[in-house]
Structure formats: structure tokens, C-alpha cells
Ligand binder design. Structure first.
Ligand code: APR
Length: 235
């Protein structure tokens, strides 16, 4: 089986009702990044940070995977699929994807605040809220299991290895504005066919990319047709 690497961002979940970050009315317009998504914010006002992620979790409980997530999962019948996602939601898993790497953490998990993202003590809390004073068994305050701006991205090593092995790469629903995730594309081996689905034109210099300029659900249907075309891999 050929290896298909999918790098996804907020846009893949937009049609499930989850806001992107940088579109107009995106999350960062309503909550400044520096107030909720960096370690300084956690030290300054942990209650606000917890509230922000409690809201994300509560919203996720009522969201459903959309057709794009479902097609991505169904491609496992024909390809060795690895999804590298910047999203903290669990919609890829709920759609049935079995190999998902979360670069920026997961909103349904928390960990003791003194533990690194790849450390021990990660707890799956589902869609529950957490508050100041909620601790692990050693009395350490719990924090969202999220990679905030300025923190290390431990899952990058594994993500790079997966990108290097890919025969086809699909980038979907990401502005490619945030590093190191945006740099993953540069690890694709020469000859890898690279596609990008986004309703806005996304420019990547120095790399040939076929853009399908559509929303995720429509773009994935087009991509799926292309992948099922037996002649495609001969061209
Ligand atoms: N289908 C596909 N793409 C869409 C859709 C849609 N229905 N709606 C919007 N988009 C596209 C936008 O055009 C944009 O290019 O999704 C992209 C979303 O970009 P961002 O909001 O920047 O989200 P993302 O790239 O995932 O952000 C990366 O930044 O703030 C951090 O940690 C956060 O993981 C996030 C990272």
C-alpha cells in the first residue's frame, strides 16, 4: 500500500462548527493568543486559560465529524494513512482514523502543570471542565494537555519520520502560519505528490503543490476521486 500523509489544521473541523483561529471571527480574534495560549498566560491568569479550554471541550462534545474527517478515515482501506493534525479536537479519531499524531495536544486531556507534554501523568478527562484547585494524586494543579506558543513540540520527531516515508501528502485546512508544523512539508522526499485543500489560496514557495481550492468536505470528495483513479499513479 502507498503511504498517505495528511497534515490537517482547523479548517478540516470548520464544517463541524469548530472555529478556526485566523479567519475573520476566528478564535484569536475573540481571545488574544497571549491571554490564553502561552505559558505566561497560565502563570498570569490560569482561571481564564482553564475557562478557554473548558469551552473548547464543551463545544467539542456536541460537534460531529464531517464528511472530510470521514473520507480521510475511509482512505485507510486503500492507503497506509497517517494523520498529523494541529487540531486539539478528537474528530479524526471519532471518524475512525486509527493513526493520528496530535502536534499541539488534545483538548480532552490534562496533565500536572509541572510535567512536559511528553511526560507522565496525562489524564483523559473527556468533556469535563477543570478548575483551579483540581489536582493530580500528588496535589499538583492540572493544566490542559496543550502545546502552547513558546513550548516545545515533542511530537515533531515522530511527525517528521512519517512525512519522510510518505508517497503522497495532503495538507488540509491550515494557513501554514505556525512553525514548526508548517515546516513539515519540507521533509517530503523528492517526487512526493503534494496536494492542498483550502478555500483560500495558500502560497508555499519552492515546492510544487496541487491546490484544490474548496472547503474541506468538497475538496476531500475531489481528492478521493483522484486517489481512486487507477491511472493517477502512472502519470
Ligand atoms: N475547509 C477547509 N479549509 C478551511 C475551511 C473549510 N471549511 N474554513 C477555513 N479554512 C481554512 C482557512 O482558509 C485557513 O487557511 O483553514 C485554515 C485555518 O487556518 P488557521 O485558523 O490559521 O488554523 P491552523 O492553520 O490550524 O492553525 C495552526 O495555530 O493558533 C495555533 O495551535 C493553533 O493549531 C493551531 C495552529
Amino acid at each position: 500500500m502507498k503511504r498517505l500523509l495528511i497534515l490537517s489544521g482547523a479548517g478540516v473541523s470548520a464544517e463541524s462548527g469548530i472555529k478556526t483561529f485566523r479567519d475573520s471571527d476566528g478564535l484569536w480574534e475573540n481571545y488574544p493568543v497571549e491571554d490564553v495560549a502561552c505559558i505566561e498566560a497560565w502563570y498570569r491568569n490560569p482561571s481564564l486559560v482553564l475557562q478557554f479550554y473548558n469551552e473548547r471541550r464543551a463545544q467539542l462534545e456536541h460537534a460531529k465529524p464531517n464528511k472530510a474527517h470521514l473520507i480521510i478515515a475511509s482512505l485507510e482501506k486503500h492507503f497506509e494513512v497517517c494523520v498529523v493534525t494541529q487540531n486539539i479536537d478528537n474528530l479524526h479519531e471519532r471518524a475512525g482514523s486509527s493513526h493520528v499524531i496530535h502536534l499541539h495536544g488534545e483538548s480532552t486531556k490534562v496533565r500536572p502543570e509541572n510535567t512536559p507534554a511528553n511526560g507522565k501523568g496525562v489524564i483523559d478527562i473527556g468533556y469535563k471542565a477543570i478548575h483551579l484547585g483540581d489536582t493530580d494524586e500528588h496535589g499538583i494543579q492540572l493544566r490542559p494537555h496543550i502545546v502552547w506558543f513558546g513550548e516545545e513540540v515533542p511530537m515533531m520527531t515522530q511527525a517528521i519520520e512519517e512525512v519522510e516515508k510518505a508517497d503522497i501528502m495532503l495538507i488540509i485546512g491550515t494557513s501554514l502560519a505556525v512553525y514548526p508544523a508548517a515546516g513539515l512539508i519540507h521533509y517530503a522526499k523528492p517526487g512526493t505528490k503534494i496536494f492542498l485543500i483550502d478555500p483560500k489560496p495558500i502560497h508555499v514557495s519552492g515546492i510544487h503543490i496541487t491546490q484544490i481550492q474548496k472547503v474541506a468536505t468538497e475538496g476531500m470528495q475531489e481528492f478521493q476521486k483522484l486517489m481512486m483513479d487507477e491511472d493517477f499513479f502512472e502519470k
